[in-house]
Design a protein around this ligand. Structure first.
Ligand code: NDP
Length: 369
């Protein structure tokens, strides 16, 4: 592809604008009307709580079903996304910039004093736009922070499925593509199955909604986490049976550690007496879990996530670093995040945290880090 055609493939068309707005409209409507568990969010500083309708899995299954039916009736092209990947990338980027500028202006003008909408203005325009002004802005009754993260995870799956359709259309469906797709489908479905866990994450509880989160959710997640799929469209990999089995093992171990660790903490927070691996939990200072995965490393859940990320890339072989973008990025992100979380917890739990560090010396990877 020459430089001029590369540049022109980034220029948004009305079709990509339509696809994006069609997707957002569907999500807004489906999220508001489909049934789902109503999960209370964290207690906010003014004593209020938001409630999140966790119907992401149903919205996703219905959307995929509708698209499949549309394709079967010849109304929808399954390669609509993969045919205009770069265009959709720039359209989504421009949308993120516009929406966060609007959020910035709306935030600055707001007189609301509630914890969700009270403006936090530093006066540094770039800083305020980047980190956001309000904690939980909404549009037409839809909580935007929860909406965007859902859109990002679903967008990733839709891109992947469209890439899969393209590889079938081009008659180059490979074992590598099947493995990559399978692992991602399981990961994303699992995410929506446990969507309520999302309501207690740092991003939802504590981060304001600015460009950093909107760009991360709408552009970064779907377009960079799918690099392996795009790469496999134009690169052939011959995997041995042993390599495929090893790849599946990395995925299964990663999944068990990731989901197991997050679930153990979630269960412990809800009921500090909940059994861990069939035994009563060991606890330090009455607050921190030292049993199960949380007794192996202080952030075993990050280890699981890293193994999963690696398993998404291994189907691409080792001939190029490009498909390893996601695990490398995640390694840097999670080491940085673990450091931030560590100092937050040290400040919050004081000597209890020091005791926990003594009991569990490893940060992420036992005997390594
Ligand atoms: P965690 O779910 O690890 O939460 C950390 C918090 O848990 C601490 O601040 C503390 O909060 C509490 N805690 C820590 N240790 C203990 C313990 N032993 N017992 C009880 N509570 C404890 O952090 P994240 O929100 O960063 O991660 C959630 C998941 O999301 C992870 O699996 C991570 O891998 C994944 N993630 C994925 C990303 C991606 O791009 N793929 C990006 C970021 C995260 P408290 O004050 O409540 O006690």
């Amino acid at each position: 592809m020459d430089f001029t055609s590369l540049i022109s493939s980034f220029i948004p068309s009305w079709t990509s604008v339509g696809l994006l707005f069609g997707f957002f409209s569907y999500l807004g409507i489906a999220g508001s009307i489909l049934p789902g568990k109503l999960v209370p969010g964290a207690n906010l500083s003014d004593g209020t709580r938001l409630h999140y309708r966790c119907n992401g899995l149903l919205s996703l299954l219905l959307l995929v079903g509708l698209l499949a039916m549309g394709a079967w009736m010849d109304y929808v092209s399954l390669t609509a996304i993969s045919d205009r990947g770069l265009e959709l990338l720039s359209t989504t980027f421009i949308f993120s910039v516009i929406v966060t500028l609007l959020l910035y202006v709306a935030g600055c003008k707001s007189n609301d004093r509630s914890a969700s909408l009270k403006p936090h203005i530093t006066g540094n325009i770039l800083d305020d736009w980047w980190f956001g002004i309000q904690l939980n802005p909404s549009f037409m009754g839809v909580d935007l922070k929860f909406f965007f993260v859902r859109a990002g995870m679903m967008g990733w799956l839709l891109i992947n499925l469209s890439v899969l359709a393209k590889s079938i259309q081009d008659a180059n469906l490979s074992q590598s593509m099947i493995l990559y797709q399978l692992f991602c489908v399981i990961y994303i479905m699992d995410y929506f199955f446990y969507e309520e866990y999302m309501t207690s994450t740092w991003d939802i509880i504590a981060e304001r909604l600015g460009f950093m989160l909107v760009f991360g959710d709408l552009v970064w997640i779907p377009f960079t986490f799918s690099i392996q799929g795009w790469w496999l469209l134009s690169n052939k990999v011959d995997l041995t049976t042993t390599a495929m089995i090893a790849n599946c093992c990395v995925f299964v171990i990663g999944y068990l550690v990731f989901r197991g660790a997050n679930k153990q903490k979630h269960d412990f927070k809800k009921n500090p007496k909940a059994l861990i691996w069939g035994r009563p939990p060991k606890v330090v200072g009455g607050k921190l879990l030292v049993s199960g995965y949380w007794g192996i490393a202080r952030h075993c859940n990050y280890l699981g996530d890293l193994l999963l990320a690696l398993s998404f890339s291994l189907p691409c072989g080792i001939s190029s670093p490009v498909p390893y973008f996601y695990p490398i990025y995640l390694l840097i992100l999670l080491i940085w995040r673990e450091r931030r979380d560590e100092s937050r917890c040290a400040e919050k739990y004081k000597e209890v945290w020091a005791e926990y560090r003594k009991a569990v010396p490893w940060r992420i990877f036992p005997y390594v880090y």
